[in-house]
Design a protein. Sequence first.
Length: 111
Amino acid sequence: MAALSVLLLVIFAISAILLLIVVLLQDEQGEGLGGIFGGGGMSGQIGNRKGNFLTRTTTILGVIFLLSSLGLAWVNRSPDTSDIEAAALQAEREENSTEWWTTPDNDEDGE
């Protein structure tokens, strides 16, 4: 599992850097939020899902980024409940064990 975790981490980092670069390379075709609230130019974009090379690359890198992050979360998840229960039992045993200063050998009356 350690090799898979390292591989997913490398894919995650590379896809994050490439996604950042590709997003920064794109031009402002739809004017972002200004185009949405301004209302201008949106009628020509409705139904246009063809996209160019950069938008397709962004979509593919986004999917790779999300899948690698989900894979990392799955590989590095918490242990199963049986392991948690075993750890809780071990902690309870350690709490209930007598310590050396509370043993009967150390009576308070000085004997």
